[in-house]
Design a protein around this ligand. Structure first.
Ligand code: GDP
Length: 289
């Protein structure tokens, strides 16, 4: 993960050998800017980052150490939107999570991955099949839940996701579940019908948090749709899926600050174990070498 981003970043840093004046600093900033743009980091985010690194560096004695320190501080500010937390449990179980996203974004797969992750932490999970738009979604969840040995709640007697969610939450009242993950319907594009249905499902679920699954292969479109979901439904975190297929990787760097919602997990493959908590410190360490 982050290979291209890391490569171009470390190459840029290597080029910056010793420097001690304003001219050298400007050169270093140009190298940094080039590496970020090459990795497809949003140009506004790049500008903000470069400006801040410049300001931070000039606060001390201009030199490589001060520059790298400034870069680290600025990356922290960029990535630590809303604090980074991975999965957060509600004070009283079950923690109810609404999984949202466009069709094909990887939402159903990510729901399974998240359940697998929680199971590995000895949590009891109930997955709710509330994506009734896509015919194959329920069957897909049956296969996933069998594979990871997690319980699935489905109700074939209704086409109304609100009824499914209400039934699932009634079942969850038994108190045995730590987490309820609700897989909601996606559409190929954002439309009013999707948003209205989601609002009703949200009201019925009263979720602890809403996660938006964004396909990193769609680059800046992922940022745009996440922003729309935030405005219309309210989202508490983004999970960036298909990061393994994103050859550049820059979207992860700009997403949190652009959408102003923390990036919580990153999906990096089709297998159930291919999910990582997004930890800014780890990413920064990788980037800075
Ligand atoms: P949904 O319509 O949003 O529920 O999408 P799905 O969960 O059905 O995923 C769509 C496709 O993306 C499937 O073929 C998944 O196997 C694949 N997929 C999901 N997450 C990832 C990921 O992190 N990496 C890769 N390479 N493929 C993924």
């Amino acid at each position: 993960m982050f290979d291209t981003l890391t490569n171009s970043f470390t190459t840029a840093i290597k080029k910056i050998r010793t420097f001690d004046d304003e001219k050298a600093l400007s050169k270093a900033l140009v190298e940094l800017k080039k590496s970020l743009l090459k990795a497809d980091v949003n140009h506004k985010v790049v500008k903000q980052l470069i400006d801040e690194v410049g300001i931070e560096t000039r606060k001390g004695e201009i030199g490589k150490d001060q520059f790298l320190e400034a870069l680290r501080t600025t990356l922290h500010k960029l990535l630590e939107v809303g604090g980074n937390k991975g999965f957060v449990f509600a004070p009283n179980p079950p923690t109810v999570i609404l999984m949202t996203g466009l069709q094909g974004s990887g939402k159903t797969t990510t729901t399974g991955k998240l359940a697998h992750y929680l199971k590995s932490k000895q949590k009891k999970v109930l997955i709710v099949a509330a994506d009734l738009q896509r015919l194959a979604a329920v069957e897909q969840l049956r296969q996933i839940t069998t594979q990871i040995d997690v319980e699935l709640y489905e109700d074939e007697t209704t086409k109304n996701p609100v009824e499914v969610v209400s039934g699932a939450l009634k079942k969850a009242k038994s108190g045995i579940y730590d987490v309820v993950l609700i897989d909601t319907a996606g559409r190929l594009a954002i439309d009013e019908e999707l948003m209205d249905e989601l609002k009703c499902v949200k009201d019925a679920a009263n979720p602890s948090e809403i996660f938006y699954v964004a396909d990193s292969m769609t680059g800046q479109d992922a940022v745009k749709t996440a922003t729309t979901f935030k405005e219309k439904i309210g989202i508490d975190g983004v999970i960036l899926s298909k990061y393994d297929g994103d050859s550049k990787g820059g979207v992860a760097l700009g997403l949190s600050s652009q959408v102003k919602v923390p990036l919580r997990f990153i999906g990096s493959g089709e297998k159930m174990q291919d999910l990582e908590v997004f930890l800014p410190e780890r990413v920064i360490n990788r980037l800075m070498g």
